[in-house]
Design a protein around this ligand. Sequence first.
Ligand SMILES: [Zn+2]
Length: 413
Amino acid sequence: MHDRMHDHRKLGRELDLFDTDPLMGAGLPYWLPDGAAVRHALEEYVRGAERRAGYRHVYSPVLGKRELYEISGHWSHYSDDMFPPMDLGGEQVVLRPSLCPHHALIYRSRAHSYRELPLRMAELGGMYRSELSGVLGGLTRVRSIQLNDAHVFCTPDQAADEARAALELIREAYDALGIRPTRYRLSLPGAGGKYVADPAMWRRAADLLIEVLDASGVPYEAAEGEAAFYGPKIDVQVTDGAGREFTLSTVQIDFHQPEQFDLHYIGPDGAKHRPVMVHRSVIGSVERAVAHLIELHGGAFPAWLAPTQLMVLPISEAEVPQAAALVRRCVEQGLRAELAGPEHGTLGARVRAARLVPYQAVIGAREAADDRVALRLRDGRRLDAMSAAEALARIGAVVAARSGELWAAEVGA
Ligand SMILES: [Zn+2]
């Protein structure tokens, strides 16, 4: 049975995270400030993890000429999922169905030596899919997608190691986010004309992925008809609140697009060689990832992801100035804090309204007089009053560590 409490569409509206408007269109959700705060924290996490793993980030436009997708192969293999082209001054431009062609052009724009490889190019960028309106809903089936994407340009010898490192990065991110993979899937081509016809290329790429999966020790199963049109992939499958399985993360080895874009690097022999492209996404689309995190946590996000991390609750009107000053200090320190004053009801009502906020700081006359706060944690714990500086420092430490715990054990106390 589907647990309504863990339906991200219901929670997303109740918690003011995102919504849609018929005038913007189906499958085109917008993000409210609280949802945008969660998304921003997630994106910053991913960018940081990628930087630590040796990726560098780029930005590229969401539009490209039709010709670009003819070269990449999207036009002949993927046009059913693409928006129709727009005529512009005698040219046709297309909302991009993926980021790979742009990244291939960025790679091609400069000469590369084998010494620069593997070259890891990442982008959290927009892409578009012409989903039918019948299957749209919430953040999981959208027409405008923000993809956590990257392409590693490497030598054929480096491809397996890069795919393995990408799987490891996915595992690290899942640990940090509390996401559990349901299973790993080796997605192979199926019958029909959806796939680039080059059996030797498919075999070579699939063998590399099998080598990676076997070495990683994770159990997996092969599935035909689930590959990308240009190559096989490892899909990390996750299950939503309704028990439906979907692909969150992928790792792909691609010999096709480097050929199509005539990419090369100069080898130690001074001659031109063809690089391999490893496509990988750690958290998939930001929309799907946030939808999953909403359902996973039932809206009670870990402190580092929570839209509001600290709710400041003055007991009476008299403590409002101190409470407002505390909120400003939090914001100065990079914490997301809000003030809920007596005009929002009794203290008990305000505590209940903020039940999903990780920390509540109650400020009465005594606390206001000596710059202290009495913290209540979301799990029901009430801490003894402490100095505001100590409270903010300790909350800041939990947030910076992206801990799943609300409060670190006392250090040296
Ligand atoms: Zn790609």
